[in-house]
Structures are given as structure tokens and as C-alpha cells.
Write a protein that binds this ligand. Sequence first.
Ligand SMILES: [Zn+2]
Length: 715
Amino acid sequence: MSHEDFPTENPAVVTCGLPYANGDLHVGHLRTYVGGDVFARSLRKLGQETAFVSGSDMHGTPVAVNAAKEGVTPEEFALDWHEKYEATFPKFNVEFDNYGHTHDETNTELTQDIVRTLDENGHVYEDEVMVGYDPEADQWLPDRYVEGKCPYCGAHARGDECDEGCQRHLEPGEIEDPVSTLTGNTAEYRERTHKFFRVSEFQEYLQEFIDRLEGTSNARNQPREWIEGELQDWCITRDMDWGIDYPDDDVSEESDGSLSPSDTDDLVLYVWVDAPIEYISSTKQYTERVGAETYDWEQTWKESGEIVHIIGRDIIQHHTVFWPAMLKGADYNEPRAVMASGFVTLGGKGFSTSRNRAVWADEYLDEGFHPDLLRYYIATNGGFQQDVDFSWEKFRDRVNSELVGTVGNYLYRSLLFAYRNYEGTPEAPLSDEVRERIEEAQSEFGEAVNDYNVREAGTAAVRLAKFGNEFIQRNEPWKLTDEDPEEAAQVIRDCVQIAKAIAVLFEPIAPEKCQRLWRGLNEDGHVRDVGIDAALDDPAASFDEPTELFEKIEDERVEELNEKLEARTAEATADSEDGADSEDGEETETDDSAESSDGDVTAELEPLTEERIGFDDFQALDLRVGEILAAEGIEGADKLAKLTVDIGFEERQIVAGIKQLHDLDALVGERIVIVANLEKAELFGVESNGMLLAAGDQADILTTHGDAEPGTKIQ
Ligand SMILES: [Zn+2]
């Protein structure tokens, strides 16, 4: 069963993974929220009715632990962060239709209602389980209160997930060599009665579901291993005070009598039960505010809605295994798509909140940078599932070359010329050439949205601006005003249309900047509310003198910002007694990469070759840009993959040793560098006609910085 293309007749909901109400937001955290906002706006541009929702995740052990450290209640602690997030997102033009939190009444009621339904439908049972206990603290040790060894991969694991190893969800009692994080003592395992959700019953359903699921390939491929293996049932209660109470009013009657109601009184639901339900609760709150005639949450979640989840790649399992099983078991709709983003690194290393090695969300704005610049950077710097590196240098480079150099430059020169010569749009029909180019940009945009490709949707307008610059250069309207006024009017009419199309198509990425452009073009209303068809509507006859839309970032600013960051990191490292302390999973993962790249790199590098070669020797290598059209593993070979590469003149089959090092599906569409005139070879019975260039043991594939076409010679 394949899904109908967007826009469909059904209402859609785009959700963003809930931020954990546990600390300041840095630019890395913004990745999924900006991505989600761009995607929701893009769907609306296509005419898809869309709600965009999220909320703060208030429960779970890290909140309880950190609240205790600060001597406040978990509720006070989490609410404080929730309010900060609620204020921060709009500053980055991330405009949720509803932003709730998991501890509010809507979510508490809906969670208990869904768990009751799961129970009534026979999907919940009671069982004995071993739970960590700290005798000295006289306390149960759910989730993050216990650390130890992952039973699957042996990595150090914290509580309910193997976040430094195999990324698996861990059930209570599974961690080996358990240690209490309260006292550092060895934890005891003691038997307790808990509630379990029969995920195992949904195995067949999930196997079919994953074939239907759309979104990024990592979210479709990664869960197969879990779904095809033996699915474990899922303990859905915890021995804690902080959380949503297990709805046990009528449960004890259905149980086999082994448990009295008072035993479940002190159980709360596992945080991963009530967290995703907030997606539904938040949509429900939106309907309660705007009315069901405007947006009907029940239609979306229970009848025929397009549910798109946007998450970080560390929580794929929850969204592709547990969550769809819960929805199915409680008679709700299943997700249509899951888009799982890569992480953001800082100057090639992980963000570290404990070491203050981060660019904070508030700090970015305080430095005077426009939110739309960061939106552009993090939404289009790489494919959605790739990791994106942030550095002030790279940020400057992309702002200066693409936003200032391509988009801003096009808009300013074309609109200034139109204003000076015609005080607006000259009277002339739109040329076929420009109409077709704008139609091409519209379809690129539509196809990218249907491919869940945020980067491509976001850069359709940039490619159009690039065309605009070439179009002006080629037609030289400044020469024509005297020689051929009619032709000059035609060219400038075309140029204004391109500017209008950029405002429409670039709005999802740069909503505030595009609204300014829209007003500058003397258009009414908000560019957010117009569909992509508006790109071809006639521009206003008159408009005011344009102003520059984007400002160049100077090198001195970058130096200054780098110095600040370094000074602060040094200070924090010196102050910190336990610099390795960290608060969330994402951070731990990125911290690790920081440590591994801290070492002396040159010691591991292959020495430079002393012998020099002549330019002719270099010229003998025919290096070309290629675009990967298809990538698949070669059966029987551990490392080899077969690539189909478009090199402009022809398609080539190339064999490369990258099978285990890359997500092959994600490589499709990448521009790479190949040696085109290498002798043909046969590997595992497969012909290789050329060689792909890649760096190091991890086969870091060389890609192009700009958009050189396939076949372009590299020199
Ligand atoms: Zn593991």
C-alpha cells in the first residue's frame, strides 16, 4: 500500500520530538524543530491542511534527579524549563500551532484513557520483574537511577537505553552489573510486580507497518532488525512518584488477583508511554482552541490523517516499534512517516553542555544574528539524516555566499533596477522561459516535500535565484533600456516574477525575511498564507525602493565569536569538578566523539609523500563529479557496495568498499568525486568502471561544496 502524494484530502499533523524539560537549548537542539517547522510550512505551501505540534517532556528520571539536586519539586523544575522553551521556539520562527506539556490535564487524561483502552483490548498484563534497589538510600532505582553494562553489546549503559552502544531500549532488570547512581553502591535486584504491554503480539502488524512507513531511510531501515528479531514485551510502569499515575480503577478486577490495588497506587507510567501521547494531546488542545470545523484532531488521529513524526535519530525505536503498536492497540491511526535527523556537531566535535562548549540558542540571538540565517544553515547544510557540523566559519561562508551572494544579490539588483526604471513592475507578459523555470522550481519543491527532503525543498528558491543572476547577466537589461526599451521591460518583468517566486518558495526556510520581501513587493497579507501557485501570480505594478535582505558576516565577527567560545569553554573546564558529567543521551553521544577527536591526530596520519609530481601527471587523472543514482550492497561481500553513478556523459557502475560504513539509501542523490579513467576491475564478479574518492578508514566520501553538474571536470 503506498500513500497518496501530498496534498491529500486528509488533515495532516507534523510533530516534533518532545524536548526534555531539563536544560538550556543550544543550536544543535534546534535541528529537529527547525526541520519540523520547515516541513510543516512546506506542506501548507502545497495546500495540505496541517497542524504543527509539540510539547515539553516533563517526566522521567533525569528531571527527578536534577530537580532533587536543585532542591525543588520535579514539577517546578520542569515547568520552569517548559516556559523557557515555549518562549524560545517562536524566536526562531518555529511556530507551533500548539505547544503543550506532558504533565498537563489533557495529556494526563488522554494517557490514562489510552492505557485503559490497551488494557480493555487485552494488551496489558502483570508480571514479576527484577527492579534495581539501593538499600542504603532505601529507594527503587528505575531507569536513569541505575547504570551498568548493556546485555546486548557490553557497552556502558544508563537506565533504559544503551545510548553509548547499540542504542537499544533496555527493560528494567536487563542492565548487568547494576550500580545505583544515588550512592554509587552496587544495586540489588529485587522482585516487583509491574504492568507489561504485549508488544510481541504486534510483530506481524509492525512488519507490515514498516513496509508502508515513509520518511527518511534510517527510520525505515534501522527498526527492521528489532522487528524481525524476537520482540520483547514492554514494562510500562515504574516505581516513582513523578509521572502519570497508572489508571488502576478497574484494573484490579481484571487481574488474576495476585495484585491488590494498593500495590499499583505508587506506580507511575513509564515516561515513554505518556511522552508520545502528547503529540495527540497537543493536537487536541489545538482543536479545542480553534474549533473542530477548523481542525479536527479526532479525524487526524482516529480516522484518516497524515501523521508525520520528526525526531532525532536516537529515538527511532520508540517511534517505529512501541509507538505504532500502542496506537494500533488503542484503535488510533498509524504514522504515515517518520523523519529522523542526524545530530549537530560544533567545529567537528560534540556539543558539551557541562563544559559550556555550545552555541546557545539565546546567545545566537543576543549576538544579533537573524533567526532565518540559522534556519537556512541547519535545514539545508546536509541531508536530513546526516550529521551537520556548525562552526562560525562555515556559518559565515554559507550566509555570505548563498544568502548574501546568490539570493540577496539577485533580489537587490533586479528590484533596484525595476524600481529605478519603472517604479515597480514594467508592463509586459511573462516570458515562456521564465514561466517554465519557475514551474520547474515549483515541481522541485513539491517533489522534495513528497520525498521528505527538507534540504531540497529549502534550496529550490536558491537555485531559482542563481538562475535569476544568470538570466540578468545574459540579458544585460542595463544595455537594453536605451537600445530596446520593449525588450528591457520584458527582462525586468521576468526578473520581478522570479523575485516574487523566491518570496513564496523560500518562506518555509526564511519566513521573516520572505515576509519582508513580500511587503517590499507591495503584496498584501502574509506570504505564509499563500500556496506555491502564487509564485506565478502577477506582481504588483508599483513598489518602493528595495533594501538589502541579507547582511554579510565579517571575518572579524567570526574571530571574535570563536574567541568567546574558546574562553568560555576553558573557563568551564577549569571550574568543573566533574567535567564528564552530562545530562542527556544526545550529549553523551556527542561528548564521546569530542573525546575521540581530542587526541593527537597527526600521530595517526599517513606521512606525506615527499616525491613531487608534475601538473601533467595530475592532468592524467580524469576526475569528475558524479551523482549517485542507486546504491546497493553486493551479496556475499561484507564491505562492497555497487553504485550507479551519473557522470554526465553516461551512467557508470562503480564498486566501493563502503557497505558497512554508510547508509546506502541515504547516498542516493549525493554528488561525489570519481576517477573516471581508472582501468576497469572486477570485484566479487561485479565490474567496477571507475573509483569513488573517500577519506580514511571510515570512507568519508568526498562531495562537492557547490552544485557542479555531473560530468564536470575536477582540476
Ligand atoms: Zn547495547
